[in-house]
Design a protein around this ligand. Sequence first.
Ligand code: FAD
Length: 549
Amino acid sequence: MIRINNIKMPVKHNENDLKKTVFKLYKINENEVKSFEIAGQAIDARKKDNVVFVYAVDISFKFDEETEKKIFENIKNVRKIEKKPYSTEKIENFTETENVKRPIIVGSGPAGIFAGLVLAETGLKPIIIEQGKNVDDREKDVYNFFKTGKLDKYSNVQFGEGGAGTFSDGKLNTNTNNFRIQKVYDELILAGANPRINYMSKPHIGTDKLIEIMRKIRHKIESLGGEYRFSTKLVKVNYEKSDSENNKIKSILVENVQNSDENKIYEIPTNILVLAIGHSARDTFFMLNEENVAMERKAFSVGVRIEHLQSMINYSQYGKFADKLPAAEYKLNVKTSNGRGVYTFCMCPGGVVVPSSSEEGRLVVNGMSYSERDLENANSAILVNVFPKDFPGESVLAGVEFQRRLEEKAFELGGKDYKAPIQLFGDFVNNKISTKLGKVKPSYLAGYKFANLNEIFPQFINDSIKEGITLMNKKIKGFASYDAILSGVESRSSSPVKIPRNERFFSNIEGLMPCGEGAGYAGGIMSAAVDGIKCAEYVIDYFIKNLLS
Ligand code: FAD
């Protein structure tokens, strides 16, 4: 099989046009082609008067590899490739014994789900513990919160089946290149994602599709012997304590958070605990800290969400082709005069700003889109780097305290009922409360209140946001327009702690494996899913070499 890169096509074309172009350019006889697949698709909009699609395609032939080599060797943009499906070891007929128990995964976000899927495929029958509800019940709670402001602290935009990424744009881009990414695409497509995610340069799924996909992946894991326990929260880890490095996990205590009787807390013995708890599991971080699980403070970012008209972004990115192409994206980063990095994050084309709180009395915003990305506004986080030296106090969890203070202030400014405090960018710069909207209407799903967002942050963050957005206007004209809407507060872009793991992927407790974004090993849906798969591989290795040998 060969891959041909860098095939340029005009904005208006279809797959047949692409095939014809490739066959003509590379003198390929269609009758000799066994398969033709698009492997990459991107939009090149660097020249606004000549926007083009750029493709990579994979072709296999009816003739043998020697002939293929003779024809295509040393031809520009062509290389030979091999595709291998992802596979792991199989453990046949695994059953629990006195000493060897089923692996437990805490968290059903992308990291936990993909760890669970690979362990189930191997035959290890994992138990997935999730404090939130299954996607169907969760969806009701989430939309009820948007409508009534009644927050369920275990079933919301951060917590529940699918994790933080379920009510999102479902962007799948990542800066990493890893062979496990293909496994994630393959599973998402099997569960109903549009096969185009396989080749788009910036693939996304949309929240409407993600719900169905999460449900289907659960059914697959269950059919392979895995088990989900929803509304079940990890409340304690029990391990054999020792002075050497041989602390070993023994069991966990979990609480059924929907149950009020005396049996709501129970013990599950285990040798393996994959901790895929995400960046918002604050009470769990505190519990782990009390249990002496090693943790480190880490830098993260905070800021606001900005909204513009999507039509303005489209025009700026695509010029005269704006109406002929999908909703445009952007990714910007600048350095301000105080030395802070300011960047856009989790940009949602044609999306909405979504209430993302998980704690009562604390307000968090984020962004979400549906698969069509066809709503009026573009939104994105504008984030400023913050470091442990900015946090109050020296505690390992001081970053959580820092986030909480911002969220409490945002809650207060929004009127204490989860409405978003909003401000026009021009009024934010002038430090005055807005009194009326311009062309951009806020999309935040639980209502809004005009407020002065300068009151949320320390001065250096306000200064950085103002200067940062102004600098970004050089890249997208109109970005710093007076009527761009800001809402607060964006405080959950990454984990406030790192839970270090050693060369066997364990923390300071053997068998306890920190995983995904909450442990500091991922940033986004795809990298969390990939880290979940990696963790599963280490678990399998531990079973084979230590538990079953
Ligand atoms: P999470 O997805 O956070 O999952 C952790 C799970 O663990 C949660 O369900 C939680 O309830 C559970 N849990 C925690 N503690 C316990 C406990 N003690 N007991 C039992 N269960 C527990 N990323 C992208 O790449 N693209 C996007 O478009 C995108 N959009 C986003 C939009 C929104 C609104 C939000 C909130 C996030 C978005 N993200 C996006 C970020 C992305 O969702 C996360 O990076 C990703 O979900 C992290 O995966 P994870 O599995 O590590 O953790």
